[in-house]
Ligand binder design. Structure first.
Ligand code: ADP
Ligand code: 5GP
Length: 190
């Protein structure tokens, strides 16, 4: 009989390094899949529909909410983001582990629906470094960066509800730490 996969939720403030860490984990682990989210935000240069996100209109996003197709969704800095429930179920049923890389409100919605999900909150070494990373990434305007930084305190206030907290200081050490958490959890109940 096929063993079901495990659901990992990687969350934390914008710019902390979630995407960077997840990319490295996926490169090293063929048995882990990534959920492609839906969003109403515009694609950044180089982003591809169906690869980075499914880019949707607000109307289409609303219809996914109305039809209960999203396991979680949230408004984040003027845009909507969500995760297809069907994709989560299918990937886990196939026996693959699945990572969803999402913001904090959505992470907690998943925790209440799937108590066996493993929630990992990524922290920056400092708020100054978080700001520097967002600026160095050069994907958002100063106004959008300010909006994202303005909610960090409210995001931190929820971090104790996560199973793990990981400070993303030196990247290679953080990748190793995240991989250790994932491997440990994969073999619990194996
Ligand atoms: P998120 O997905 O959380 O918004 P990203 O993965 O896009 O964050 O990372 C934001 C920026 O910080 C990127 O430019 C990335 O290269 C950089 N970065 C990620 N991790 C580290 C790290 N440990 N040290 C320094 N820079 C980092
Ligand atoms: P960005 O616009 O930088 O791609 O994403 C903004 C924030 O939305 C990030 O914290 C990212 O993790 C989060 N996010 C991406 N996809 C989803 C999703 O499906 N659901 C939720 N709740 N947040 C998401």
């Amino acid at each position: 009989m096929n063993k079901k996969g495990k659901l990992f939720v990687i969350s934390g403030p914008s710019g902390v390094g979630k995407g960077t860490l997840v990319t490295e984990i996926l490169k090293r682990n063929q048995n882990i899949k990534l959920s492609v989210s839906v969003t109403t935000r515009f694609p950044r240069p180089g982003e591809k529909d169906g690869v980075n996100y499914h880019f949707l209109t607000k109307e289409k996003f609303q219809s996914l909410i109305d039809n209960n197709e999203l396991i979680e969704w949230a408004q984040f800095a003027d845009n909507y983001y969500g995760t297809y429930e069907k994709v989560v179920n299918e990937v886990l049923e196939q026996g693959y582990d699945l990572i969803v890389e999402i913001e904090v409100q959505g992470a907690l919605q998943i925790k209440s629906k799937r108590p066996d999900a493993v929630l990992i909150f990524i922290l920056p070494p400092s708020i100054e470094e978080l700001k520097d990373r967002l600026e160095r990434r050069r994907t958002e305007t100063a106004e959008v960066i300010a909006k994202r930084l303005a909610i960090v305190d409210s995001e931190y206030a929820k971090k104790d509800r996560f199973n793990y907290q990981l400070i993303n200081d030196r990247l290679d050490a953080s990748i190793e730490e995240l991989e250790n958490i994932i491997n440990k959890e994969r073999f619990i109940n194996a």
